[in-house]
Ligand binder design. Structure first.
Ligand code: FPP
Length: 247
């Protein structure tokens, strides 16, 4: 299944994507925003398959933020409906391609029918080991951090955790992403250069790749371009080039 192009000897283990630009892509075509989101779902399908083929082990997609609840009701409803249809349509392919679905975010805020299908796909794909697909849904990094702090605080006050033992690993274990590696590469499409409350703790050492390409136009070749740029970067994690074996 995995076919890595020769020039891509350094495939990132974990790729996270802020899928931005659906609305503007549609507006450029004088179409409603939902038309852009629909085209965005096609990109999701293509990128999930391409990432799996290339050998990415974790793919995290920012599909709906805590702030996105403030969008017009019709857009929120449309996005939820697209998500539901996507999950229903993709389950079989996920099983065939050994893709395990996870969800990062406040799932309880999602409509009941979306929660149900999400739970079903998460459950059915639990054993899949080819790639982990994380959908960040009703997700906000600050909310995630506050949830973790609350949980740690509770454990300290009921005596099950010694405050002296809190370190980066303990903290990490209380995040939605617990048990997964941090992203190596963060991609943001759509031309904006900001992080928009996405994985703020986890991307501490991620390489960041911004592209002007709108999400509906971000397909397999565009992913490969981002991965090639990643392979050219020197990751030093605060050390010198000599220490990490690059000069
Ligand atoms: C940002 O574009 C995109 C979103 C808020 C939603 C992303 C959703 C999808 C790609 C489709 C549903 C997802 C799945 C996983 C099936 P924008 O609307 O902010 O674009 P703009 O900045 O041009 O307005």
């Amino acid at each position: 299944m995995e076919e890595q192009p020769k020039e891509m000897e350094m495939v990132p283990t974990h790729v996270a994507i802020i899928m931005d630009g659906n609305g503007r892509w549609a507006e450029q075509r004088k179409r409603p925003r939902l038309f852009g989101h629909k085209a965005g779902v096609d990109s999701v399908r293509i990128i999930v398959e391409a990432a799996r083929k290339i050998g990415v082990k974790h793919l995290t997609l920012y599909a709906f933020s805590t702030e996105n609840w403030q969008r017009p009701g019709v857009e929120v409803k449309g996005l939820m409906s697209l998500l539901k249809t996507y999950l229903q349509a993709e389950l079989e392919k996920m099983l065939t391609n050994q893709i395990r679905l996870e969800c990062f975010g406040q799932m309880s805020r999602l409509p009941q029918d979306v929660q149900q299908i999400l739970q079903r796909v998460i459950e059915k794909t639990r054993h899949c080991q080819g790639m982990r697909l994380n959908l960040a849904l009703s997700y906000g990094s600050r909310a995630e951090i506050i949830d973790a702090v609350k949980c740690i605080g509770k454990k300290c006050s009921d005596g099950t955790l010694n405050p002296e033992e809190i370190d980066a690993i303990v903290f990490d274990n209380h995040l939605y992403s617990s048990g997964q590696s941090d992203p190596d590469l963060l991609i943001r499409t759509g031309g904006e250069k900001r992080l928009s409350n996405f994985l703020l703790w986890q991307i501490s050492y991620a390489e960041i790749y911004f592209t002007d390409i709108m999400w509906p136009d971000f397909r397999e070749q565009e992913l490969k371009d981002a991965l090639q740029e990643f392979a050219r970067r020197q990751r030093r994690f605060g050390k010198t080039g000599a220490q990490v074996g690059v000069t």
